[in-house]
Design a protein around this ligand. Sequence first.
Ligand code: MRU
Length: 344
Amino acid sequence: MRALRWDGDCLVILDQTKLPGQKNYLRCIDHRQVAAAICRLAVRGAPAIGVAAAYGLALGGLEYKGKDRKELLDYLSCVRQTLAATRPTAVNLFWALDQIWTQLEQAKPKSVAEIRRLLIREAKAMEQKDLETNLAIGRHGNNVVPSRAGILTHCNTGALATCGYGTALGVIRAAHQAGKDIRVFAGETRPLLQGARLTVLELMEDGIPVTLITDSMAGWVMYKGLVNMVIFGADRIARNGDTANKIGSYSLAVLAKEHDIPVYVAAPRSSFDFSLSCGQEIPIEERAPEEITQLNQSPITPAGAKVFNPAFDITPHRYLDGIITEAGILRPPYEDSIAVVAAD
Ligand code: MRU
């Protein structure tokens, strides 16, 4: 299953809001359609958001119908702002836009046609690199997966959240491929159910044993000894290892500590924000109350119920046993191990 695919002059996005029931594809022919798809989570997951935005910039290049190089660059600057305003927490979005922009500035393409070619080429390269990165994360992560493992994971960090294979789900895939006896518990991930809808789908398609639980069952599953590892992804990691990920990740980490279960984060280098010293500086997206007050567009609360709907939380670094990256597994003290990654 692929979250997105470039098709000549348009970006084809698998609409994840409709999964697992329907496989609807959105053919985006301009950057506003890509921005809208990111906002409403048709494409989601930090690495996939970044690559979608890179292609959005490429579409911006194709949208411009004039012949003036400078005018195109001005237009692209507006496109970049629109894409950057979609979701605030996943740093991969800003990282991807910055990377492409740097390429533009360094390569100094001379004509409108050259700029267009560069944007498409760089977005494609980023997509390919993301897949390779995930395979490396999987290889490193497999080293810390027990040969018989009950693994609790949260949200969706698989092929759908990336450009293939996945980060935390990539580690699970690698361990399964290595012949380990893996049983996965997938938290449903209220309110948008990425775990129930997407993670369960991916694992079932791969034949990896998976059991769905509601988020509130995690403590009991741990208490009963069914889990010996917790692994989730990241939307943004600060310099001290504090990690923003899907709301509910923090609760899992605290519960795991109580039950003496190791907790790992799996994330590419592009999920680190080396400019932030700690998690308190990470912006947390708040989403519409209807995500909580409605189920399938039907109200489940009294009209006017007050709602708090943060999409992410921060797991303080002291709860993490390791951060699995494409360059290897980072261990505490994270200030030191992350500094080495930053210097690379
Ligand atoms: O709101 P979402 O579905 O974009 O949130 C996704 C997550 O929180 C993932 O765990 C994270 O982006 C890592 S994906 C490899």
